[in-house]
Design a binder for this molecule. Structure first.
Ligand code: ATP
Length: 370
């Protein structure tokens, strides 16, 4: 076993990971690291390489090049001829399918990883009772696994994954078989449990709200590559490009060009979109300079629609649709051939067909790389 000096900030390290399937480069030179105890989400559309990255960490895939290590232990390194068998990696996994054994009770399912490790029976009993309490299944301990609901089965899988206190916990879309309400409850619950047990976790999903709610860090992937790494707020409010901006939540994305970049992150852009041409002050994202082509990204909640021109509200548009949704109004506003998505406060009482002026707050208008 090869060991490397490491620190708590680089607990799991994935370096230059490359995985080919035939002529397909499913993971294309991916590098990241996670501090001990953190919850990292790999987020991206179907086929972007999230699961392949996860499976490579689990040792369920070989890799073509790169290195994966946890703590000071190298798990996989083709260059060094190292491939640790999955069962020796000390990893807990929770999948989309619950993968619990139907012929066993809940507590037998949860006890299983400890039994194969030959842990003493009294310790098994204590630890199983403790994790069942943690996941809220104490009353179900003696039920057959098949008697549980989907949400309960997923709690049982989680209990089984954490009972042996593995070095890493891997989740592959674990909530996607549950209905929306349960999924929303389970997000919070799962995060609470992970926080309590403190096991370093990697979570794969294509659901951006799941990623925003649960993660300490998010990696947004596309076509086998990393587009951006950062905390939820950073990814949402400072996306590095149009792809991330669009993938994480809803955004108005307009073509433009940087006129001024003041070095302090502020500047001015020309928006050329929908047959219109206007200049606005905004934040200038990384990698942009004067003259760069850019995408101007404004979230619907950051566009203000008012009836009077003035105070910076200068883009004249027409309300095409205003749907009242209780605490907000979801609007579509036509501006030339461009359609703005706007979230308005109910007291604005916007109506279809009305003329409005849009105000783009420079602090929330962001120029990013195309
Ligand atoms: P999903 O959410 O749909 O699972 P993903 O982002 O997890 O998507 P991967 O499953 O990692 O994506 O797939 C990445 C690419 O590798 C895709 O083009 C996929 O078709 C291909 N791929 C994945 N597994 C295999 C395999 N076992 N054999 C051949 N190609 C594969």
């Amino acid at each position: 076993m090869t060991t490397i000096q490491t620190d708590q900030d680089n607990y799991l390290v994935v370096q230059n990971l490359v995985k080919w399937f035939g002529n397909d480069r499913a993971v294309d030179d991916v590098s990241f690291s996670i501090p001990k105890g953190h919850f990292l989400t790999l987020l991206g559309p179907s086929g972007c390489g999230k699961t392949t990255t996860l499976m490579s960490i689990a040792g369920l895939h070989s890799i073509d090049s790169g290195e994966i290590r946890v703590g000071d232990v190298v798990y996989t390194s083709p260059e060094q001829g190292i491939f640790m068998a999955p069962e020796n990696r000390d990893i807990g996994m929770v999948f989309q399918s619950y993968a619990i054994w139907p012929h066993m009770t809940v507590s037998q399912n949860v006890a299983y990883p400890l039994e194969i490790r030959k842990v003493a029976q009294s310790e098994i009993d204590d630890r199983v009772a403790a994790v069942l309490k943690l996941v809220g299944l104490t009353d179900m301990a003696e039920k057959m696994a098949t008697q549980l609901s989907g949400g309960q089965q997923q709690r049982a899988s989680l209990a089984r994954a954490i009972v042996s206190q593995p070095r890493l916990l891997l989740f592959d879309e674990p909530l996607s078989n549950l209905d929306l309400k349960l999924r929303e409850q389970m997000r919070v619950e799962l995060k609470r449990i992970q926080n309590e047990v403190g096991i370093t976790s990697i979570y794969v999903t294509h659901d951006q709200s799941e990623a925003l709610v649960m993660s300490d860090d998010i990696i947004v992937m596309s076509k086998g590559k990393i587009e951006q790494t950062g905390g939820p707020l950073e990814i949402y409010s400072r996306p590095v490009n149009g792809y991330v901006s669009n993938f994480i939540g809803v955004a108005n994305l307009l073509k433009g060009q940087v006129l001024e970049a003041n070095g302090n992150g502020l500047g001015r852009v020309r928006i050329s979109e929908g047959g219109k041409d206007i200049e606005v002050d905004c934040k200038i994202g990384v990698g942009l300079e004067q003259g760069s082509d850019a995408i101007i990204s404004v979230r619907p909640e950051n566009v203000e629609a008012v009836r009077e021109k003035g105070n910076g509200a200068s883009l004249e548009g027409e309300v095409m649709e205003a749907i009242f949704l209780g605490n907000y109004v979801d609007c579509r506003i036509q501006w030339g051939t461009f359609e703005w998505k706007v979230i308005a406060h109910p007291r604005t009482r916007l109506r279809s067909g009305e003329k409005v002026y849009l105000y783009l707050d420079p602090d929330h208008t962001l120029a990013v790389q195309p």
